[in-house]
Write a protein that binds this ligand. Sequence first.
Ligand code: UDP
Ligand code: MG
Length: 315
Amino acid sequence: MENLYVVIPCYNEEEVLEKTKKVLEKKMTDLIRKKKINKQSKVIFINDGSKDKTWDLIQKFYEEDKLFGGINLSRNRGHQNALLAGLLTVKDDADIVISMDADLQDDIEVMDEMIEKRNHGADIVYGVRNSRKKDSFFKRTTAQGFYQVMRMLGVDVIYNHADYRLTSKRVLDSLADYQEVNLFLRGIFPLIGFKSDIVYYERGERAAGESKYPLKKMLNFAWDGITSFSVRPIRLILNIGILILVLSILMILYSIIQKVFGNTVDGWTFIVCSLWLLGGIQMLSLGVIGEYIGKIYSETKARPRYIIDKYIVER
Ligand code: UDP
Ligand code: MG
């Protein structure tokens, strides 16, 4: 029997937290009763600088029931950093850790199966969505496109796996050695290695509240996964490059039309087309190179990835 810690990053989740707590309380007592996990197992909520009552709720849960604990970050650091803070903070007390979202979109019932696979020797058990029926068409296509692009670029990611996974303590000890500031956790775990397994589940709808990943955050996250980070002025160059490339296509069409109607001097079409196309490609390339320089810039600063204000747990 192992000590299980469930870590849950929370950002402005007051609407759903009571429900999440209830569901997990039932699941954990059930697992403890069935002797699948140790009695000292815990559920730790990480408050990622919420502006609402999230931290008050977490403190209340902790007061009422020592199954629950909390980590309060000094400010909002984003989902990946909050998750990392949770994983690295609890790893010394836990044998295995399961990470999941606060909104109950990840099916809690497959926790049994995860633990089972763990008992059969897996160090990492990935939760994989077997359908995206509940996602909007837009989210589904963009997410799937994202995984495909990642694959094409040679990044080893598990298709349709987000951050619902079980990891053993030794995996987390290895994770601590990955010092990168530009975090993309689901890309790191496959790199760590060890024996891994997969459980499939149906991803449900958010139990309450709204997504903390609006389109803009989602696009940014996807981009970070590929280049790892960006610096705004450099991103601007990239955007201008894209704009010019689009403009160049229009210009090329325009000059060809002019050519067809015979309103041109010899050689004009060719010069105009190459001018625009090359300009656009150059600007775009500059932007891409800039993205990587920006990434080096932030990595060399090696700033802390999270700062913990308080850790409440009864051991
Ligand atoms: N989250 C966080 N910090 C943030 C944004 C989100 O800790 O800055 C948490 C959020 O509370 C949730 C998880 O990350 O537990 C995933 O967010 P969400 O469910 O809103 O994303 P979606 O499922 O819509 O992609
Ligand atoms: Mg969600």
